[in-house]
Design a protein around this ligand. Sequence first.
Ligand SMILES: O=C(O)c1cccc(O)c1
Ligand SMILES: CC(=O)C(=O)O
Length: 335
Amino acid sequence: MPSFVDLRNSPSEIRPNIKFEQQGEHSDSQNILARVAFEKNGFAPELHKGVPTLGVPMTTETEPGFQEVFAASGPVVAGREGNLVYAVDGRHLFCAVQVVERDIYRDAARIAYDSAFELATRLGYPNILRMWNLVGGIIDDNADGVEIYRDFCAGRSEAFALWSGRILHIPAATGIGTRGNGVYLYFISGRADAEVHHLENPRQTPAYHYPESYGPKSPSFARATFADGILYISGTASILGDETVHKGDISGQVDVTLENIATLISTENLGKVRPEGGYSLQDLDLIKVYVSRPEDIPYVRSRCKEVFSPDARVVYLNVDICRPDLLVEIEAIVQ
Ligand SMILES: O=C(O)c1cccc(O)c1
Ligand SMILES: CC(=O)C(=O)O
């Protein structure tokens, strides 16, 4: 059962069978596990007509927003506990939490993940499949002069260490900037017995082994997660080994990013866990393309049009990426 049903797109790319959901208009909430509204301002996770909903500040005035809608595969039970908003459907847990803007994020990030992991294990969904970490001011310094991404990674890493053995593995993720502040994090997880494989990329050092020069605690994420036939591809950028390549060169960075994804999903790599073999870039869907310099968007869009399927749903978001020298990052799903 796909976890995503729909990523509503900018008008030029809306397919005939997809419509924008206007404010106040709601499709059958029975079948929906959760919604994430990509919009200008953002709002804290809440239960909206019983559906976990959050708004993330990721678009500009001139861009239309869209919603990422997670489909339920059974009857949904939703709730709120402290700052956490969540829903379960018997197969998946969706959980979201906001960490409001503060001087230093480490403790708050650890506490947010700690409470989310406590909920996930208590409800019986300890297999994290995919997480998104949307970090305001990601490449700015915190009050101690530490880059906010590194500050955030330290707290997240501490939470994974605390839950090691109970939260089963480190999953695919995205860690990306926003156009607002504070941190929004959301994830989906599965039952302990779900068949889940986390993948690394032979062209890249595992992020959790990055050297300390990238921060006091390395980023906690895998390059992809393959679960129940769905492939979740992490935010992928122009990194070889642990180093950014093609600094300042958008064309080179797009090439390496696409090559990194192609290798990650190839039969040689994904085929180790997927009996039918690998995929190609033409199979990607629900693609988010993060571009840090707005002037690069037309170029990136034209390259993506060439390499992705005409049926792929693709959105472009102008936000900072977790290293100042990264110009583009791409995530996707194959389902
Ligand atoms: O820290 C992360 O979770 C992360 C995951 C993927 C790409 C990225 O820039 C960051
Ligand atoms: C994009 C990024 O931060 C990484 O792959 O490590």
